[in-house]
Design a protein around this ligand. Structure first.
Ligand code: CO8
Length: 272
């Protein structure tokens, strides 16, 4: 922390010592510089607004399935009163900001300086529901994390045919018709979600970490626009290593779409 502050201070010193700061600018250049600065500042509120927005709350793009599952897990988050004593939550909703990792152990202390300019791309797409729409719940007791994920149209990957083999002739006749094609989620987008869910899970359980290894088996494609469940469970922790396994299934659990294992290492840079 002291080293970071020292670096920030040195950075300010070096900016002030730039020749540009010492020379008197021509009036027209000065006006231009000021215009550029004002324009830059006007674009700042979205990127570096002081109040971070929680993106894991319901919005108009959520489908019925997503809302239903959200209500299901959210109802288990409320603290229960048993007699005089307050019971601990079974599940906790993990708030999701576009630029902070406050939920992580120790993250609240780091967020102001270390992460003040961080932007997680899954939470920086303006149109709600266009890409990664998700909410995470974590259970410390069960060492589990569950994510409800609705894949938006920007995550389009391969296309597949809905027609069976023995209907091939009809298929070729109607190949131009959109309705005979189904769009699936891109594998990279699925990997992103697996990384996001497992890293959030690991960072709630331990210190801030880095993904060292991600091993993914794609079993069945995920239809674009559908809602799926991403379940992650802690396999083991070993020194600085955290091993987590993860499954992507249909919301009723009957179809397995993807399975993965992830290894995280507490980064030395981040205090490991
Ligand atoms: C909510 C939004 C979240 C956004 C964040 C999402 C998370 C991310 O995507 S992070 C970005 C992608 N990841 C990276 O860029 C990481 C790049 N790699 C690194 O920085 C380093 O290699 C790092 C930190 C993983 C490990 O480096 P270092 O701290 O030097 O560890 P090192 O001493 O080499 O290894 C520690 C242990 O981990 C093991 N290990 C390290 N890497 C691997 C690996 N790839 N596979 C298997 N084991 C590994 C080592 O064998 C060692 O094991 P042991 O203690 O039993 O001997």
């Amino acid at each position: 922390m002291a080293r970071t502050l020292c670096r920030i201070f040195k950075g300010c010193q070096s900016i002030c010592s730039l020749p540009l700061m010492k020379t008197r600018l021509h009036p027209s250049a000065s006006v231009l510089l000021r215009t550029v600065c004002v324009r830059r500042m006007l674009t700042l509120p979205f990127r570096f607004s002081p109040k971070a927005q929680d993106f894991s709350l319901p919005n108009s793009s959520w489908g019925a399935e997503m809302r239903q599952l959200y209500e299901h897990y959210n109802s288990q988050c409320e603290e229960e009163m048993k007699g005089e004593e307050k019971q601990d939550w079974a599940w906790k909703r993990v708030p999701s900001y576009n630029r902070t990792l406050k939920h992580a152990t120790g993250g609240v202390y780091l967020s102001k300086i270390y992460q003040s300019k961080a932007r997680f791309f899954t939470r920086n797409i303006k149109e709600p529901g266009a890409a990664f729409e998700y909410v995470l719940f974590v259970s410390k007791d069960e060492q589990k994390c569950v994510c409800i994920f609705q894949a938006g149209h920007l995550l389009e990957g391969p296309q597949g045919s809905l027609i069976l083999k023995n209907h091939a002739t009809a298929f070729f006749r109607r190949v131009q018709e959109e309705k005979y094609w189904i769009r699936y989620v891109h594998g990279g987008a699925i990997a992103t979600m697996i990384d996001t869910v497992t890293v959030t899970h690991a960072s709630v359980l331990t210190l801030l970490i880095m993904t060292a290894n991600l091993n993914i088996n794609y079993r069945r494609p995920i239809p674009l626009g559908s809602t799926v469940l991403i379940d992650s469970s802690l396999n083991k922790t070993e020194g600085r290593k955290v091993l987590i396994s993860c499954k992507v299934t249909s919301t009723d659990g009957s179809k397995l779409h993807t399975e993965a294992t992830a290894l995280f290492v507490v980064s030395r840079l981040l205090g490991g």
